[in-house]
Design a protein around this ligand. Structure first.
Ligand SMILES: [Zn+2]
Length: 171
């Protein structure tokens, strides 16, 4: 499993060699991801598929899929919220000084000036895929969505349904 993934990679060389990396890294090895988790939880192992290639036009490409599941804290009700985090990186890899030319239009360009730590790079990609303010879907959240900021309205503490008590239908 994870031993097949190198700790450090040289993306340019991997692209020249046309390497495919596939494996999993345990979730607890991602400190920033761990920090984003709800208290007492940790991310599931991160599954990684990365294809490095060099096109016939000499463009070095990286594309693949990175996926994990974690539990974060909903910023509306502060309850736990399961989150599937998936990202599909698509990058043109450039050596320092290279001019970007060719490659898919939707690809990002990344300048690589040496070997990188695989787990750090993967973590960067996952953090970017994370919602800025995670909140449940309305129907799953225990706090109804009434606006951007929940107002504490002490006057409105009466049970809104109390007034309905008298209208209970009789058989
Ligand atoms: Zn919620």
């Amino acid at each position: 499993m994870s031993e097949r993934l190198p700790r450090e990679i040289d993306p340019l060389r991997l692209a020249d060699e046309g390497v495919r990396l596939e494996g999993e890294i345990p979730g607890e090895l991602f400190p920033r991801l761990l920090e984003s988790c709800a208290p007492g939880s940790k991310p599931e192992s991160v599954s990684i598929v990365l294809n490095f290639e060099r096109t016939t036009h000499g463009v070095r490409l990286l594309h693949g899929k990175i996926e994990t599941r974690l539990t974060v804290t909903c910023q509306r009700c502060l309850g736990p919220m399961p989150l599937v985090l998936v990202t599909n990186p698509l990058m043109v890899l450039l050596a320092p000084g290279d001019q970007p030319s060719g490659g898919p239009e939707e690809a990002e360009t990344q300048v690589v000036d040496g070997p990188i730590r695989l787990s750090e790079w993967v973590e960067d990609e996952l953090i970017l895929a994370m919602p800025m303010i995670p909140v449940h879907d309305d129907e799953k959240c225990s706090t109804p969505s009434t606006g951007l900021l929940p107002e504490s309205d002490t006057e409105g503490k009466q049970n809104p349904f109390a007034a309905l008590g008298g209208f209970k239908p009789k058989n």
